[in-house]
Design a protein around this ligand. Structure first.
Ligand SMILES: C=C(O[C@@H]1C=C(C(=O)O)C=C[C@H]1O)C(=O)O
Length: 240
């Protein structure tokens, strides 16, 4: 079998997975690229890669996909890197700008506005929107910079009582069982070595990386998170 092409997310939340890939035999069996989530999604949809850490919203565009891992980028309540930053309280927001790097959180924002906050907002691209979606490392340290800040992991929990999975490891074609096993062992190895991962990350004073990787990001793809994905997909389909 040729090397399996894998696209992983280029954000800090994925560094334990990358550590696992690079420190196990998996690295010799794959071709790895690191991409922003929207590109990761497009590569899996376009069959440029076989496996992606794919935003769950993008699964709706892959005809036959299989989630190959019990690890994900998720959260049980606040996630601390997926936000709506706003100049107004949410019940006064009229215009919303989405994040070009996102697929899941853009849809999550729309789902929350429609079904939880019960507001219809206009999606705009200009810089002076009332509120905007932002994900990933670019949000680190920004929580104190805006008058109103909504953590979408937390808001989803308030709305549904469920945890959430932002991105899952999915394949767009069947893969050998022994590859899937090795893949999962590698992810587990990376997660077990989060202290090493943290030692290698650039230090920052405006954001607690240890708390982020050990507590906020919840890497286990549990049954509750699978339930959340199914529910989220139903809400997306109803957005129109
Ligand atoms: C928690 C996060 O989850 C991310 C959010 C994604 C999205 O909105 O499409 C995709 C991949 C995840 O890395 C984050 O990046 O901050």
């Amino acid at each position: 079998m040729n090397n399996v092409k894998v696209s992983a997310v280029s954000y800090t939340n994925t560094t334990p997975f990358i550590y696992g890939i690079k420190h196990t035999d998996l690295i010799h069996k794959i071709e790895l690229s690191l991409d922003i989530p929207s590109i990761c999604a497009q590569k899996l949809i376009d069959n440029q890669v076989d496996v992606g850490l794919v935003p769950v919203a993008a699964l709706l565009h892959i005809p036959t996909y299989e989630i190959i891992s019990d690890y994900c980028i998720g959260a049980t309540g606040a996630v601390n890197s997926v936000f709506i930053f706003s100049n107004k309280p949410v019940n006064e927001v009229k215009t919303l700008r989405l994040d070009l790097q996102s697929r899941t959180s853009n849809n999550l924002a729309r789902v929350l506005f429609k079904n939880y906050w019960k507001r219809s907002v206009e999606l705009v691209e200009h810089a002076d929107a009332d509120a905007f979606v932002e994900i990933g490392d670019r949000t680190f340290g920004k929580k104190t910079q805006y008058p109103y800040v909504y953590d979408m992991g937390e808001e989803w929990m308030n709305f549904t009582g469920l945890p959430f999975a932002f991105a899952v490891w999915a394949a767009n074609k069947p893969l050998p069982e022994d590859f899937i096993q090795l893949f999962n062992q590698s992810m587990a190895f990376g997660l077990a070595n989060r202290e090493r991962v943290l030692e290698a990350l650039p230090k920052r004073t405006d954001f607690d990386l240890a708390q982020y990787l050990n507590h906020f990001i919840d890497f286990a793809l549990t049954d509750k998170k699978r339930e959340a994905i199914t529910l989220f997909h139903q809400y997306i389909k109803a957005l129109g």
